[in-house]
Design a protein. Structure first.
Length: 307
């Protein structure tokens, strides 16, 4: 009986925290950021802005929304000229959804306003307190999320870069037979990132699952208008969880916020899984060049995406 009572007390604490956090992020307002859109509508716009070629079923699944409700929202977006539908070649009854130019113009001020509100909230805290807050959020997400698919994205910590070089070298040697030339290339890319890192233009994400690093990706500056995605990696033990797509989405989001106009990447045709992720994210193949590297005859590819 005492255990049951303690459980109910903790439930009350969780509900109290929910009320507190709801007030903090302002979702009790009838409309978000003084716009004509509800919080859920803006959340759907966010998904469409950051994850190209979603279907209505994808949105229902990702956000846990009722199909009828999503259908009504999407019809409203269509009437306002915010989205367009592209029939799927594999199933003419389904369609991929894309924001129109007007849709992006409508969404961006909402995103910017939301970013400013959160930045203002964080500025009230010292940097150690900000890190403590983010870590607490990660812990809540870890405890309450899907235990099988649970992972978190974080900034790199001391030792991570060496681990990334190690895991990439091992992975590509095991799966593709690449030699130490690839390890040297990876080490050079990581070393340059560490030496020349500019937080305004560059970013690295590390994926952690159950205390282990299972993925990573880098965005670096190619030139003033162009970002470059580098070293996308997901460990075999963490594949199938959507980590690769999530990392690419984060790269696109960061590149847009940094002010880049385009993002490019270099890969090889044998990396079929990565290529599928890039295609789903809206990248297009712009160049192919045969080469002999890493002990193999390969076809290098340059992929590009406008932002």
């Amino acid at each position: 009986m005492a255990a049951e009572q303690r459980l109910h007390e903790r439930a009350g604490m969780v509900r109290s925290f929910n009320r507190f956090y709801t007030r903090q992020i302002g979702v009790l307002h009838e409309h978000l950021l003084e716009s004509s859109f509800s919080l859920t509508e803006v959340r759907i716009l966010y998904e469409l802005a950051h994850r190209p070629m979603l279907t209505s079923s994808d949105i229902c699944r990702e956000l846990g929304l009722n199909a009828g409700y999503v259908s009504r929202v999407l019809k409203g977006f269509e009437k306002k000229g915010l989205i367009t539908r592209i029939p799927l070649p594999s199933d003419r009854r389904a369609a991929q959804l894309q924001l129109t130019d007007h849709g992006r113009e409508t969404y961006l001020p909402l995103s910017d306003a939301s970013q400013r509100e959160v930045v203002a909230m964080l500025k009230r805290l010292s940097e150690p307190e900000q890190n403590q807050l983010i870590e607490a959020m990660h812990q809540i997400e870890s405890l309450l999320g899907d235990t099988d698919a649970n992972y978190m994205l974080r900034d790199p910590q001391p030792g991570d870069m060496g681990w990334i070089v190690h895991r990439q070298a091992v992975l590509y040697a095991q799966e593709y037979g690449w030699n130490s030339e690839y390890e040297a290339l990876t080490a050079d890319i990581v070393a340059k990132y560490l030496r020349d890192y500019d937080p305004q233009w560059e970013r690295c994400w590390v994926v952690e699952k159950q205390g282990s690093v299972v993925g990573s990706v880098f965005v670096v500056r190619e030139d003033e208008a162009t970002a470059k995605l580098r070293l996308l990696y997901v460990d075999p033990c963490a594949r199938g969880l959507g980590i690769g797509g999530r990392l690419v989405d984060e790269c696109l989001r960061f590149a847009r916020q940094a002010g880049y106009k385009k993002i490019i990447l270099w890969t090889n045709s044998v990396l079929v899984g990565a290529r599928k992720i890039y295609e789903r994210a809206g990248f297009e193949l712009v160049e192919e060049t045969p080469h002999h590297s890493f002990g193999k005859d390969l076809v290098g590819q340059v992929w590009s995406r406008e932002l």
